[in-house]
Ligand binder design. Sequence first.
Ligand code: ZN
Length: 300
Amino acid sequence: MTLNFPCAIKSMATGYPMTEQKLICYTLDLEHDYAGLAPSEEYEAFGHAEIRERLPEIVRSYGLKLTVFATGKVLAEQKETVEFLQGLGAEIELHGHDHIIYQPDLVRELQKGTEAYRNCFGRDPLGYRSPGGVISPLLLKSLAAEGIRYDSSIIPSYRWGMYKNLKSPLHPFRDPEASILELPISVVPRVRVPIATSYIRLFGLATFKSLCALFGTPSPAIYLFHLVDLVPTQMRKKLSPFWRGIYAKGRKKGLQVFAGSVKHFHDRGFQPAYMSRLYSLYSQVPESPPENKGPAKQGS
Ligand SMILES: [Zn+2]
């Protein structure tokens, strides 16, 4: 296989193209607080004073390139926050419309989201992330019809009742059926712990660093966070006891954990990059992933 694009070489181990540089994309899923888990729609985290003060500091200190996956509803109704993030240099992509996570076949939800995106920016979104990381083969096939060029929904890990992706590739690949480029959210290899503020908070930053030291970190790395991972909000008290317990861990240290994990990648030579840059680098990935490992069926 010959790769024609610059800045890419073939990984001898996997056959996937790997960038010469170590790249990391910080991706923020922008939706109402605790979407899918909360009993009602609140946006307290959007205007939270600590986020407004600390997030810009972290972005500027480390030169982060944020890619925000926003719901259509947020694009239509929370313009001030979208503009705040654009002011930090963020590029904006799509994250459904109402953030419905238990109906992954909902093509209308995708279409509504795309309509809201077009109304906001006057063009099609380049990338898509499905709410909850749950996406069906039907929805994957529907993305191209909406003008979307890459998907970043798949978490190559396991979450009870949500997804079973333990055989999914850790690196970018092209889905052979939907023929769309997948830029999967990164996990620590072998143990498949998602590289996400929520998981790093849950396990602790020191444990996360130890896992990376033991098992390595993929490059490119696609890091996931939400605003409610950074600061606690009142809605947390209305979550089910299970989720209240999960979000209680390190709830006052979210921004500290986020900054600590950003420093971890910075110190290891990872360069921040937008997802659109990864799309450009990987857009020529061949259709069939090596070893015929397509994405696992979602939501089963
Ligand atoms: Zn989401």
